[in-house]
Ligand binder design. Structure first.
Ligand code: PMP
Length: 448
């Protein structure tokens, strides 16, 4: 493979969601330029980006159409209050209508995925709260954002870490469809979707549940792809309990999974869809909360007590219109779908070949390699607490090795998360996977 070797700073490590002491020791690589699927360092090194940064730079870097559209918009109207109309609002409405599930008819824009989810939390409570149904469900292994509301909705250790000072009532969690580590110790399909039965039990016995949030494919917590019929059954139960079904597609939207939106794989239409990241290919912070007609009709006559200065920012909308046109014209969703065959084939090989690869999961250009120190017992190398404490994680040693070989990949506790830009070519994908293949010997050395 091509040699993109990177000389690493001595202290380089991964520091997202770490202590401040750990962050102080973090010695980041300085990126001075970027183009397509590559980033360039201040010492003239070229790195293949296998992460799309935070799974958002889906169009790669220096996309001419998006940059020109933003400059053009800036030269016309860089900002006006959301109370005004601008032609770009009509354009984005037309583009969104052409790609979103068709039941979603009304759009609210903000600047982050977190805010898109905050809006959805409030919508549920403004509507269902009137009937006393203020409780909201989500998965334990989920991430929905960092603010006071969305961190309670989040089910992973980041919620637990803030328990001591802010626990708002009304957020409940259910087990995710994590078949590799089934909490019921069952196997699909003989399990008869015990996790859906559990959700049904919670709906019934908890009572007053106004809505449920799901990541249709769980992202940060390990690219957990549910069984084919799981979401359909969960949606059915949500309907039977007259609650609102929210698909959080902040990470999975915009072709990442080989469909425009991950819900398309599972034949469901959410009542609300939240998204961000790939909507502009990360050229501008923009997020979207899209709702169905019933919810839209409700706010025709009921006060929508929500809004931001920078909602529907014209630069964000211009970037999004151009990004959607790029996804369409360059057939990037199709690219993600077709390259997933090669990606899946290689990952299955890694599972066979490497002692430390416990499980691999993939859909589109989105994949996780779950590392274990004992395959039979499925023992993870590291725990959430070790991540919080800033301990050197085995997975980071693997990522560091990949980086030495010129490929940047994201990590999460005991997972490598693979999410290259959707513009990536087959050859680049193969080069990146070759580097990861070699890097996995780092964790193989540490198995029990
Ligand atoms: N939901 C999901 C599924 C996410 O992956 C993220 C971010 N990783 C968020 C919400 C929060 O988005 P943001 O960081 O833009 O606030």
């Amino acid at each position: 493979m091509q040699d993109y070797s990177v000389k690493l700073n001595k202290d380089f490590s991964y520091s997202l969601f770490a202590t401040w002491r750990k962050q102080k020791g973090f010695n980041p690589i300085t990126i001075v330029d970027a183009e397509g699927s590559y980033i360039y360092t201040n010492d003239n090194r070229k790195i293949l980006d296998f992460s799309s940064q935070l799974m958002c730079s889906n169009l790669g870097h220096k996309n001419k159409r998006v940059i020109s559209a933003m400059i053009e918009q800036m030269n016309k109207v860089a900002y006006v209050s959301p109370s005004f109309n601008t032609p770009i609002k009509d354009e984005i409405a037309k583009e969104l209508k052409s790609v979103l599930p068709e039941n979603l008819v009304k759009y609210f824009f903000a600047t982050s995925g977190t805010e898109a989810n905050e809006a959805a939390i409030k919508i549920i409570r403004m509507i269902k709260g009137k009937e006393g149904k203020t409780k909201i469900l989500s998965y334990y292994n989920s991430y929905h954002g960092s603010t006071s509301g969305s961190i309670q909705l989040t089910g992973d250790f980041r919620r637990i870490a803030v328990d001591s000072f802010e626990r708002s009532p009304g957020f409940y969690h259910i087990p995710p469809p994590y078949c590799y580590r089934c909490p019921f110790n069952l196997k699909y399909p003989e399990c008869n979707l015990a996790c859906v039965k559990y959700a049904e039990y919670v709906f019934k016995n908890e009572g007053n549940i106004g809505g449920i949030f799901v990541e249709p494919v769980i992202g940060t917590n390990g690219v957990i792809v549910p069984p084919k019929d799981y979401l359909r059954e969960l949606k059915k139960i949500t309907e039977e309990n007259d609650a609102i079904f929210v698909a959080d597609e902040v990470m999975t939207g915009w072709g990442r999974t080989g469909e425009w939106f991950a819900v398309n794989h599972f034949g469901i239409k959410p009542d609300i869809l939240t998204t961000a990241k790939g909507i502009t290919g990360a050229y501008f912070p923009l997020s979207l909360t899209a709702v169905n007609k019933e919810i839209s009709d409700y706010f025709e006559d009921n006060y929508f007590a929500h809004g931001h200065t920078y909602e529907a920012h014209p630069l964000g909308l211009a970037a999004a219109v151009a990004a959607i046109k790029e996804y369409k014209e360059k057939k990037l969703v199709e690219n993600a779908k077709s390259l997933s065959i090669e990606l899946g084939k290689r990952l299955e090989e890694f599972k066979e070949k490497h002692k430390s690869v416990g499980d691999v999961r993939y859909i589109g250009l989105f994949a996780a390699i779950e590392l274990v120190k004992n395959k039979e017992k499925k023992t993870p190398f590291n725990t959430y607490n070790e991540k919080i404490e800033g301990k050197q994680l085995v997975v980071d040693k693997v990522a560091r090795k990949a980086l030495e070989k010129g490929v940047y990949v994201n990590t999460w506790v005991s997972h490598l998360i693979i999410a290259p830009p959707l513009i990536i070519t087959k050859e680049e994908l193969e080069n990146g996977l070759d580097a990861i293949d070699e890097a996995l010997y780092e964790s193989d050395k540490e198995v029990e």
